[in-house]
Design a protein around this ligand. Structure first.
Ligand code: NDP
Length: 274
């Protein structure tokens, strides 16, 4: 049997929908693989990495708060992880661990699914790891003008190397954008934007997927805008991890259904153990 999983802080590991997605995909190919929750306290990612490699894990996903701190414990990182400065997928081959990042590719595939990759001008709220992946994907999609809205100007300016068409704004006029992306865990009314000033043809994307429809998404839909939650990106980044580990085409539809099933269960029984 091959083992994979999600390395995350204990509270994030408990609510992750990744085990449902990956175990459904392993089941589709009748693979004797298992994807487990790997709760790891902040500061312990390096020690946990050494144990997992020794235990023979084939690979694992990485999320908050370990995406950056795990890098020092890996034998290598690939170009995608180096560019984003964070790892969300570890691949182990012949005892050597390689860190990769499938978030940017996941976001780009989501943009293509929803016919959003042709956007001309995009505003990204946030300056953390997810914002970095989104900016890299927008740049790869050829979006001509990318603006970051962040409360920490220093952190925002660090993102400049990810895209040539980059600008930082503190008080943006949203009338200039045809795509707005929330890459923070915050929701309305705490976000520093007035979506009422977006053009009628604009689309809004919230990377948050729990809940499936955030207040930002609801408000954008109420204004008649196209609006999307983070499930599309989540499923695509997971699918790329699956393909890295197994070298098989990911059953995307099945993985999406598994994620939705898990999120539905959580909504109906919020106190139940994961
Ligand atoms: P980070 O902690 O790396 O960054 C969070 C960013 O959000 C920071 O820039 C932070 O600002 C900003 N922020 C937090 N709260 C507020 C607020 N109230 N107002 C304005 N800005 C705020 O997190 P990630 O980038 O990894 O994740 C961000 C979100 O994206 C999370 O909700 C995560 O679940 C989601 N995500 C979804 C994915 C998907 O597949 N759908 C993939 C990856 C992430 P500051 O720098 O000032 O602290």
């Amino acid at each position: 049997m091959e083992f994979t999983g999600i390395m995350a802080g204990p509270s994030q590991a408990a609510v992750s929908v990744s085990p449902a997605m990956h175990n459904a995909a392993f089941g589709f190919y009748d693979l004797d693989w298992l994807y487990v929750r790997l709760p790891v306290a902040d500061g312990n990612a390096a020690a946990a990495t050494r144990s997992l490699v020794q235990a023979g894990f084939r690979g694992w996903n990485v999320t908050m708060p370990h995406k950056i701190s795990i890098i020092e414990a890996l034998d290598d990182i690939d170009d995608s992880a180096r560019r984003i400065g964070a790892v969300n997928t570890v691949d182990v081959s012949e005892g050597r661990s390689t860190g990769r990042n499938t978030d940017a590719e996941g976001f780009l595939l989501f943009l293509r699914d929803e016919a959003l990759a042709g956007a001309k001008s995009a505003a990204v709220i946030g300056a953390g790891g997810a914002a970095r992946a989104v900016i890299a994907a927008l740049s790869d999609a050829g979006v001509a003008s990318i603006h970051v809205i962040a409360r920490d100007p220093g952190r925002a300016r660090n993102l400049q190397t990810l895209a040539e068409a980059f600008e930082f704004r503190t008080e943006p006029d949203l009338a200039d954008f045809d795509l707005l992306i929330n890459a923070t865990p915050a929701d309305l009314p705490d976000l520093p934007v007035d979506i009422g000033s977006l053009p009628a043809t604009a689309a809004v994307v919230d990377l948050v997927y729990q809940p499936l429809r955030t207040k930002l998404v609801e408000a954008a839909l109420a204004l008649g805008l196209r609006a999307f939650g983070g499930l599309g990106m989540l499923v695509h980044q997971a699918a790329r991890s699956f393909e890295i580990w197994t070298a098989k085409e990911a059953p995307i539809g099945l993985m999406r259904e598994a994620a939705l099933g898990q999120l539905d269960k959580r909504r109906e029984h919020p106190q139940a153990p994961a």
